[in-house]
Design a protein around this ligand. Structure first.
Ligand code: UDP
Length: 327
């Protein structure tokens, strides 16, 4: 059985949809940002927080857990700047409790969700895993701290981990059964699509004075199902002994500016966006593009869906689900 923390969240729930085809799955989620209805019905679901020691004891003594996939985390850069305590508590303190429980109950395999935010403001155009981490916001620092803690646990307690550093996750299941729903929403693609769906007045561009071609920030957008598939491959390789203590970027390898993304959303939806230029958002690096060659070489994974496919799937989801709460 595989324990998936945060399995009711955006990326976790998409992973669970794939994982239940191959493994028994136990989802734990406190449902603060996750959605119960996103959890596949074939998974066992327990509502709870991984910072809760007695819950962890119950989980590891009740279920035959052979590996953990740890998605549960706070993940908003801007919020982390205003409320760092929440990020160190949820992403570091609670994760250490999870690791200690794994050590106590002799569960040695972990897939850890990390982020491109650990790179900070990189000096290279395409970032590979050898680029020195230098996070510039508390979210990125909380993820980098955990990566370092994992290294120490691996050498001291024989933990075997795979760290996956996500670039910008977006998109939805092709069936539009589940998709991206954050309350309140802060991510670019859902914000544009909510606007084009009539649920927001405008789209704000946070900064047009970056040193990029059109002055707006560049990101590498990756389909959430591609991310889910990378997790399955990583888990199989980890449990099969093919890899251990490995770090991989998950990205498409292509950079799109905020203006590019708005253009593709307009093309996919056939609607015109009302745009407002706003000041920069705190903690945003100008450009983050992955080199994902390493995971291609080791596991044969590469992103299969491009930005247009990502936005098409997200649009299908948004058209089905007019998300109007707390906007
Ligand atoms: N962004 C924007 N307007 C928005 C939301 C985001 O201009 O309403 C920009 C943001 O500054 C960043 C990019 O879009 O450069 C992607 O932001 P998002 O929050 O989606 O992901 P992040 O890169 O912060 O993980």
């Amino acid at each position: 059985m595989i324990l998936v923390t945060g399995g009711a969240g955006y990326i976790g729930s998409h992973l669970v949809k794939e994982l239940v085809k191959k493994e028994e799955v136990l989802v734990v989620d406190n449902l603060i940002t996750g959605h119960y209805e996103f959890v596949d019905e074939k998974a066992i679901f327990i509502k709870g927080d991984i910072g809760n020691q007695s819950l962890l004891n119950d989980l590891f003594t009740t279920y035959p857990i052979k590996a953990v996939m740890h998605f549960a985390a706070s993940s908003l850069v801007g919020e982390s700047v205003c409320d760092p305590s929440k990020y160190y508590e949820n992403n570091v303190t609670a994760t250490i409790k999870l690791l200690n429980a794994m050590t106590t109950y002799n569960v040695k395999s972990l897939i850890f969700s990390s982020s491109a935010a650990i790179y900070g403001i990189p000096s290279v155009y395409k970032i590979d895993e050898s680029v020195h981490p230098n996070p510039v916001n508390p979210y990125g620092r909380s993820k980098r701290m955990m990566e370092q803690i994992l290294e120490d646990y691996a050498s001291a307690y024989s933990l075997n981990y795979v760290i996956l550093r996500y670039f910008n996750a977006a998109g939805a299941l092709d069936t539009a059964k589940i998709g991206e729903r954050h309350e309140p929403e802060t991510h670019l693609i859902p914000i544009i699509l909510q606007h084009l769906n009539g649920l927001r007045e405008k789209v704000q561009i946070y900064g047009t004075d970056y040193e990029t071609n059109d002055g707006t920030c560049i990101r590498d957008y990756i389909h959430v199902v591609d991310i889910a598939n990378a997790h399955i491959l990583a888990l199989e390789a980890l449990l099969g002994g093919a890899i251990k203590n490995a770090i991989y970027n998950l990205g498409n390898g292509n950079g799109y500016s905020v203006k590019d993304v708005i253009e593709v959303c307009e093309k996919v939806t056939g609607k015109k966006a009302n745009i407002e230029i706003s000041p920069r958002r705190l903690g945003d690096p100008a450009c983050l593009i992955a080199s994902a060659e390493k995971i291609l070489l080791d596991l044969g994974w590469k992103a299969e869906r491009d930005l247009e496919q990502i936005i098409k799937s997200a649009w299908k989801w948004h058209s089905k689900e007019k998300i109007d709460s707390k906007i």
